[in-house]
Design a protein around this ligand. Structure first.
Ligand code: FMN
Length: 188
């Protein structure tokens, strides 16, 4: 059984990010023949836990300031795969994802080597601009972080031109790509 953690970083109801994340989850589950444990976290619920830069996480391997978030860090550490899904906010991921990523010092040892190398990863992002695909830039930026932690990025999807609530439901190509990325997350 493969264990996957999905981090969903939009605060909007009917969010494009959530729709893409759910498509990837459908792909991971596939035909249901294989058992999957998928833990999806809404990062809006962790918005108050902003890193205070105490600098103790690399030694401790956990967040000492906010024990409330450690169950999510532990889930990621125990997982086979990680899916990041975020809207584009001013050329970057949403602040909700950034707030959570700032706790990933707990995934590093004091010498900056990774405690969580070897997992598979997918990165999904969307943006409103129909011309300039900044969601792809967000994917590229997040890939650098994920690469640094030694995860293997199996695929990325940056969807442009989806500004309205849930607009991505009309983008069949994007939905199919998200599904396929999920379906191939663990394929050899
Ligand atoms: C604070 C904020 C900043 C944004 N910045 C950008 C941007 O730089 N480029 C862009 O194309 N869209 C930008 N958008 C639009 C969102 O990326 C777009 O509406 C996206 O579909 C939202 O995803 P969601 O439905 O999952 O929340 C921004 C939206 C917000 C709320």
């Amino acid at each position: 059984m493969k264990k996957t953690v999905v981090l969903m970083a939009s605060p909007r109801l009917q969010s494009n990010t959530d729709i893409l994340a759910n498509k990837a989850i459908d792909g991971i589950r596939g035909d249901g023949a294989e058992e999957h444990q998928i833990d999806k976290f809404d990062l809006v619920e962790m918005q108050e836990y902003v890193c205070v830069a105490c600098g103790q996480c690399r030694q401790a391997g956990e967040c000492l300031e906010y024990p409330e978030i450690n169950h999510v860090l532990e889930k990621i550490a125990a997982a086979d795969g990680l899916v990041l899904a975020t809207p584009t906010w001013w050329l970057g991921p949403s602040s909700y994802l950034k707030i959570f990523i700032d706790h990933w010092g707990a995934f590093l040892r004091p010498d900056y080597s990774s405690r969580i190398a070897g997992k598979k990863a997918l990165i999904l992002a969307c943006c409103g601009n129909p011309e300039v695909n900044l969601a792809e830039k967000v994917c590229d930026d997040l890939k650098q972080i994920v690469d640094f932690l030694g995860l293997e990025v199996r695929g990325m999807l940056g969807v442009k031109g989806v500004n309205e609530f849930g607009a991505v439901v009309r983008d069949d190509i994007a939905l199919e790509k998200a599904f396929t990325l999920g379906a191939t997350l663990y394929s050899t």
